[in-house]
Design a protein around this ligand. Structure first.
Ligand SMILES: Cc1ncc(COP(=O)(O)O)c(C=O)c1O
Length: 408
């Protein structure tokens, strides 16, 4: 055993000197978490926090779904053991998600799913698999994207190639740039795509645009990796899976990272699923063996509680129907708030044509900071805001302040 108290330089296998924990450089703080802390610390009573990334109801709460409470009650009553489940986690949970996400592809034996710790876990595991298959693949990423995508890509040591996805001034997708980037990629490169409810822009591909993207991805021989974290928050459960299913129609190899943390409102319980499709059942089995091996190294097995409760909901006709109603209520609120903001000023009309919780306001960083200081309105420096961060009684004040900021 080495004596750590003795800090004499020691040689590593590469012959370099050991570095100590105390030598670690500082880490830039996560700007969204810092924003939440700032908002919390603001003593003004009328403050508005639209930086936060969770669903909120009309009075500003993120309630546990009624159906989830019932499932948890049943789980407590019936769970007889907490023995290990293995790297695959709750297999029935992954099976029950298949029709919801994959639709007509649910019975395709070339597609396998595995429970993961949230959408983040699914993304990491999906990229691990892709990198293991092709360490030279480059990942095409439309910007702006969810801030956790780049570090996850870096963590598997793949090169990231950015292309512009969104024109902020006009609130539209830079579709020609997107297609040009995908057409310029090499076979085997990875196309990271948002399944629905694009975070941070809210700008989703139309069905025609999906058709075009799918055509280019399949013709160029790219590997699509679709991140779908908000299914059911946009236009509807099936509608939000349109792109995923179209991609499965056209491509032999597809990776899908799914989160259930938002649509079951179980954020901290970390509920997600990774789906992998290859050209044959055998190849998928081999790919999944790699997936389980990677999962075993990273987290051994996913946390059980949230997925077990989702399993109970989806396996029970009545609970499932109740979940759909509660999900529709969340979606309706998101879309109603969007329409109210869109009606507030012609320059905000684009917000009514977008989906999911997030959109980006056409504001400079200075204007965002001024809103923070003068009006106690907290949003990301980029102008990204959570439409349902607004309580019903805050919407008019928010619109007035944003319009004033745009005019300043
Ligand atoms: C685009 C996107 N992908 C993935 C995730 C990860 O979700 P989870 O909390 O389930 O890890 C999020 C969460 O904010 C997200 O916005």
């Amino acid at each position: 055993m080495r004596n750590l108290a003795n800090r004499a330089p020691m040689l590593t296998r590469t012959g370099t000197k050991a570095r100590w924990l105390a030598d670690l450089p500082p880490v830039a703080s996560d700007s969204l978490l810092a924003l939440i802390a700032l908002a919390e610390a603001d003593p003004r009573n009328d403050k508005i926090d639209v930086g936060v990334g969770v669903f909120r109801d009309a009075v500003g709460n993120t309630p546990i779904l009624k159906v989830m409470k019932e499932a948890e009650r049943r789980l407590l009553e019936t769970q007889a053991t907490k023995a290990y489940l293995g790297s695959a986690g709750d297999k029935r949970f992954a099976e029950l998600l298949r029709p919801i996400l994959l639709g007509p592809h649910a019975s395709d034996e070339r597609i396998a799913g595995v429970q993961t710790p949230g959408g983040c876990g699914a993304l990491r595991l999906g990229f691990e698999l892709a990198a293991e298959a092709n360490p030279n693949a480059r990942v095409l990423v439309g910007t702006p994207t969810w801030p956790n995508h780049p570090p996850i890509i870096r963590s598997v040591r793949l090169e990231q190639i950015d292309y512009p996805y969104y024109e902020r001034g006009q609130g539209i997708i830079r579709f020609e740039d997107m297609i040009a980037a995908l057409e310029g990629a090499e076979p085997g490169d990875i196309a990271l795509l948002h399944g629905c409810c694009h975070n941070p822009t809210g700008a989703d591909l139309s069905e025609d645009q999906w058709r075009e993207v799918v055509r280019v991805v399949s013709e160029r021989g790219l590997l699509p990796l679709i991140d779908i974290a908000y299914q059911g928050f946009g236009r509807g459960l099936d509608e939000d899976a349109f792109g995923v299913r179209l991609m499965l129609d056209a491509c032999d190899e597809v990776i899908i990272a799914q989160s259930c943390d938002k649509n079951f409102s179980v954020y901290r319980d970390r509920v997600g699923c990774l789906f992998v499709k290859t050209g044959s059942k055998g190849a998928t089995e081999t790919a999944m063996a790699h997936v389980f091996q990677r999962a075993r190294v990273m987290w051994s097995m996913p946390p059980d509680h949230g997925a077990a409760a989702v399993h109970i909901i989806l396996d029970d006709k009545q609970l499932r129907a109740e979940w759909l109603i509660e999900l529709a209520a969340m979606r309706d609120r998101i879309n109603a708030v969007r329409q109210r903001i869109a009606g507030g000023d012609p320059r905000l009309a684009f917000i009514g044509r977008q989906y999911g919780m997030f959109s980006m306001l056409p504001l400079s960083k200075e204007q965002v900071l001024k809103l923070r200081e003068d009006d106690a309105i907290y949003m990301a420096d980029s102008g990204r805001f959570n439409v349902v961060g607004l309580g019903d009684d805050q919407i008019d004040r928010f619109i007035a302040a944003v319009v004033e900021a745009m005019d300043s």
